[in-house]
Write a protein that binds this ligand. Structure first.
Ligand SMILES: [Zn+2]
Ligand SMILES: [Zn+2]
Length: 330
């Protein structure tokens, strides 16, 4: 059973994986590489993953066989485990709890070599529906406080399998990064009675130079204080604080803007590895007036090194205005 341990100084939680204990030998500095050859996500190998929790499939086919378009399965090597209670307790001056949570993988399509950005609009839309369906379901488990949805694409971005997929991790605590974002947004709201994200959208639409595209439902911008070159945020124009409460009619626009942004990044940056993360409100507070859900996309073009670790500063060699212009005009 993994353990969650809290850093007593800055309050950061760490997942200590006690069972998969790695020894020094396991970290030899050989190039790890993405596992090639056999792929558990390909059709025909459905029995090599835990049984599916959701699949959009041909109605004539049975669960855990081929014939699916999108498939969600529990992660075979979960960071957190689904069974049991949190059993929160002290350990001297320290705090810990059992590593209870859910860790699921959404397999985007049956095609092994298909990047997300190349899928048809309707297929990408279905992927967002599937993520929404899983979020709604995981939200029903009262042990979970937050559902983090993210994608690692490419080895440098942390993907360990080639077959394109998205992960969902439900955590029993609200992650520190999320708390900081919520705290900052709340402070702005208390001061001005306006959502900071709505304010950002308004100003960026007036200024224009950091906009990549705007389709009437969603806007893609390079944030003013971008940490990384070509960092991009996709936000709904309408104020909605949680991803799963997005209005039905907006899903086609969400799929379109994600496809556009990812395709332009592919073109301009030659198919870079990237991560994206859906920032949404915590499970128990889906309707916050001060928070506004959005997706942050980060192509992996630079390395985070000593200065960043030591200071929390990021050195970004590409001004967001330049990045937006290139992506806008490509
Ligand atoms: Zn595959
Ligand atoms: Zn807002």
């Amino acid at each position: 059973m993994p353990e969650l341990r809290k850093d007593p100084i800055i309050g950061r939680w760490v997942i200590i994986s006690t069972e998969r204990g790695k020894r020094p030998m396991d970290f030899k500095r050989e190039k790890r590489g993405i596992v090639g050859g056999f792929c558990p996500f390909c059709p025909g190998n459905e029995d090599k993953t835990p049984p599916e929790v959701l699949a959009y499939r041909d109605p004539l086919t049975s669960p855990n066989t081929s014939g699916w378009k999108i498939r969600v399965v529990p992660n075979k090597f979960p960071a957190l485990q689904i069974e049991g209670d949190l059993d929160k307790r002290g350990d001297g001056i320290y705090d810990m709890m059992r590593g209870v949570g859910a860790h699921e993988v959404l397999i985007e399509s049956p095609k092994h070599d298909m990047p997300l950005a190349y899928l048809p609009d309707e297929h990408i839309e279905s992927i967002f529906w599937a993520l929404r369906d899983r979020s709604v379901d995981l939200n029903k488990d009262s042990r979970f406080k937050y559902i983090l949805i993210f994608k690692n694409w490419g080895e440098e971005a942390g993907a360990s399998l080639e077959h394109s997929h998205i992960q969902l991790i439900a955590t029993p605590i609200i992650p520190k990064r999320v708390m900081e974002e919520l705290g900052g947004a709340k402070f702005h709201f208390q001061l001005k009675e306006r959502c900071i994200f709505c304010d950002i959208i308004k100003q960026e639409r007036e200024v224009g130079k950091r906009i990549i595209c705007d389709n009437g439902e969603f806007i893609a911008i390079t944030p003013y204080a971008s940490r990384f070159p070509f960092e991009t945020w996709v936000l709904p124009l309408r104020h909605i604080s949680s991803f799963e409460k997005t209005n039905t009619e907006a899903f086609p626009s969400l799929a379109k803007i994600m496809k556009t942004v990812l395709n332009r990044m592919n073109k301009v940056l030659n198919g870079p590895p990237y991560n994206f993360i859906i920032h949404t409100s915590p499970c128990k507070t889906p309707d916050l007036e001060y928070f506004h859900w959005h997706i942050e996309i980060m192509p992996k073009l630079t390395r985070v090194a000593g200065f960043e670790w030591g200071s929390g500063f990021y050195i970004n060699p590409t001004p967001p205005e330049d990045a937006a212009q290139v992506l806008r005009e490509s």
